[in-house]
Design a protein around this ligand. Structure first.
Ligand code: HEC
Ligand code: HEC
Ligand code: HEC
Ligand code: HEC
Ligand code: HEC
Length: 194
């Protein structure tokens, strides 16, 4: 009886919780940090905080020090920043809630995509308009493959990688012709399941 009860609760919890890769998943964060304010209004580049995105497979979440570069002086008494100050003083990281997460058996690499000229907005949507980050693309296998079969409309100049409003120009096909010849987005199973 007891074990059955626990099992039922666990199952309901597992299937009832939103999957990380589900469109619209938008968990509350411990600190009300807003991309809309910091990116959309203040104009900070993604790489000021997500430093490793073009260097590594993973895009880092910034350490508290990055926030304190400004917030030691800006709004030093704000209640909304109390957790940030605590984190800094106690040297303990802020417990940000993960938003996007592929299953372990799928392999993804940020730097490869950035170097190929795929912008953040192609996969994350316009983050500069989000107060709280939300999943905008399904991150499913079908979605990955759809772009891998025909990435042409997603390849942009390197200078526009973090531009949230870039659109391909009418002569896109001609502009990216040479780059397209050098790209080889994989469709074989072992590329993403290694
Ligand atoms: C001032 C620092 C800062 C800047 C600039 C910034 N971010 Fe973030 N970003 C964060 C922090 C902190 C988090 C974790 C909290 C959250 O999810 O809101 C985060 C989370 C994210 C996430 C979700 C991560 C996950 O858990 O799946 C994405 C996607 C993201 N940022 C994309 C961007 C993009 C794209 C840009 C540029 C347009 C950008 N960020 C600019 C600080 C920043
Ligand atoms: C380049 C400077 C800069 C950096 C870096 C920065 N912020 Fe900010 N932040 C600001 C400015 C400017 C405001 C707006 C202050 C105002 O409303 O007068 C602000 C406002 C905020 C607010 C709202 C405060 C309130 O009382 O309304 C929060 C919360 C916040 N930032 C969190 C963060 C976090 C978390 C980080 C690190 C991931 C961070 N900020 C990094 C400049 C920065
Ligand atoms: C080709 C699609 C794609 C592009 C382009 C892309 N991302 Fe991601 N991003 C993802 C996927 C997929 C995940 C989940 C990765 C995982 O769970 O392993 C993710 C996760 C993240 C995370 C959470 C930490 C991590 O690495 O898992 C952050 C932060 C992030 N992206 C920021 C960015 C920023 C900033 C850019 C642009 C400079 C960007 N992403 C470009 C697909 C993309
Ligand atoms: C918007 C377009 C786009 C989306 C969406 C996309 N990719 Fe890619 N991907 C590319 C391009 C373009 C390349 C080719 C890079 C090259 O050849 O330099 C690539 C290359 C790769 C590679 C080979 C490089 C390496 O790291 O070994 C893997 C693996 C990969 N992608 C995984 C994924 C996965 C997993 C997803 C979905 C979660 C995904 N991609 C979504 C455009 C995309
Ligand atoms: C471009 C990257 C990519 C390629 C190529 C790819 N997959 Fe996947 N695959 C994924 C991602 C990402 C997921 C996780 C998506 C999800 O959980 O919905 C996945 C999930 C799966 C799953 C689990 C499905 C489920 O519903 O849980 C199976 C099985 C699978 N892939 C088999 C294959 C086989 C077989 C091939 C070769 C014909 C292949 N994949 C090629 C990215 C890829």
């Amino acid at each position: 009886m007891v074990f059955g009860g626990i099992g039922t609760v666990a199952l309901a919890w597992y299937y009832g919780s939103p999957r990380f890769i589900e469109v619209g998943y938008r968990p509350e964060q411990p600190v009300p940090y807003s991309h809309k304010l910091h990116v959309g209004e203040l104009g900070l580049d993604c790489r000021y905080c997500h430093v490793s995105v073009e260097l590594s497979h993973e895009a880092n979440i910034p350490p508290t020090q990055t926030c304190m570069n400004c917030h030691a002086a800006i709004k030093p008494n704000s209640e909304k920043l109390q957790l940030v100050r605590d984190s800094f003083e106690n040297n303990t990281p802020i417990a940000w809630v993960r938003v996007h997460k592929l299953p372990d058996y799928a392999y993804f690499n940020h730097s490869v995509h950035i170097k190929a000229g795929v912008g953040c907005a192609s996969c994350h949507g316009n983050v500069g308009e989000m107060d709280t980050v939300e999943v905008k693309a399904p991150l499913s296998m079908g979605w990955c493959l759809e772009c891998h079969r025909d990435p042409q409309q997603h390849i942009r100049p390197k200078s526009e990688i973090t531009n949230m409003t870039w659109e391909p120009p009418p002569n896109q096909a001609e502009l990216v012709k040479d780059v397209m010849d050098t790209l080889n987005p994989p469709q074989d199973c072992f590329a993403c399941h290694r």
